[in-house]
Design a binder for this molecule. Structure first.
Ligand code: 5RP
Length: 292
């Protein structure tokens, strides 16, 4: 095993060298099977290469978060403006019409609830592959606690989900969870995203940070950014813009959309940045014009 101490610091991310073209539009995923590529093409637009995922899985650890008190009222009407629905099987089955025909990134782990001081204790697989296929999932989301108390358990869950995913052609999205005591630095996200990709994640969800282009360069599969706590709309659009400029292939955004003053306008504005090359300022002007 490689030593953990005394290594030369990584520094050359070859930012001017494009990742190899493997004959498929999504980075690092050219050597996967047809079914996997078909599902990836429902997650990421083959035209822009990017995705807008609407995250409303919060209830699986937080219960009824602000804005998600009634998923049928707040989320169902929003779904048509996103590319991918990221939710639990319970939320999807009970509140989201299957006729919307949107790709699903199924929240597939169970984790410690907000009642626990340390939420990074780990998790288990909450959905098996048969059920994921029954839900017509285009991807599974697995929470991973690199550096947290639950590192070992959550990475084991990721590896087993990736095994099943490769067997059935379902990509796994590794999610870099940040617990209370865990770092939120570029160094941390460089480490965590790379670990998840190397262990079999076909895409990685992580937080935007400084030097994000290095995080993207060092991760061999597509990265989407997490939204995080609610920001003013202009700031959230700037974060999305900077992430896309740094090479992120999309967003997986929840509170910054569904807690917005105008969730539909915000979701559409985010999509302008992600798919149509709008700057943050253009997208914010668009948001204001849609809102009024
Ligand atoms: C945390 C998650 C969340 O459950 C959720 O998707 C977060 O969404 P947001 O922070 O944009 O409200 O995946 O890692």
């Amino acid at each position: 095993m490689a030593d953990a101490i005394g290594n030369k610091a990584a520094k050359d991310y070859h930012l001017d060298v494009a990742a190899p073209d493997q004959g498929f539009f999504a980075k690092g995923l050219g050597n996967t099977d047809w079914g996997m590529k078909n599902r990836l093409s429902r997650i990421f637009s083959p035209k822009s290469g990017n995705t807008v995922m609407l995250a409303f899985d919060h209830g699986y650890i937080m219960g009824s978060t602000a804005g998600l008190e009634r998923l049928d009222v707040s989320i169902a009407p929003l779904c048509e403006y996103a590319d991918v629905l990221m939710g639990t099987r319970g939320a999807l089955r009970s509140c989201i019409p299957p006729t919307l025909n949107k790709a699903v990134c199924l929240r597939a782990t169970h984790d410690s609830s907000v009642l626990f001081e340390d939420m990074s204790q780990g998790c288990g697989l909450g959905v098996d592959m048969e059920e994921a296929l029954r839900m017509n999932a285009s991807a599974l989301a697995i929470q991973c606690f690199v550096g947290g108390a639950g590192e070992r358990d959550s990475l084991e869950v990721l590896c087993r989900a990736a095994d099943a995913g490769y067997r059935y052609g379902v990509p796994v999205m590794g999610v870099t969870a940040v617990g209370k005591e865990m770092e939120r630095t570029p160094k941390y996200f460089l480490l965590a995203t790379r670990i998840l990709a190397e262990l079999g994640a076909s895409m990685v969800k992580t937080y935007f940070c400084e030097d994000f282009e290095k995080v993207v360069a060092a991760c061999p599969v597509p990265i989407v950014i997490a939204g995080g706590k609610k920001l003013p709309e202009a700031e959230a659009l700037t974060m999305a813009y900077r992430a896309i400029q740094s090479g992120a292939r999309g967003v997986d955004m929840g509170r910054n959309i569904f807690q917005s003053d105008c969730p539909v306008a915000m979701c559409k504005a985010v999509a302008k940045v992600v798919h149509q090359g709008f700057t943050d300022k253009e997208a914010y002007e668009f948001y204001l014009s849609e809102k009024n």
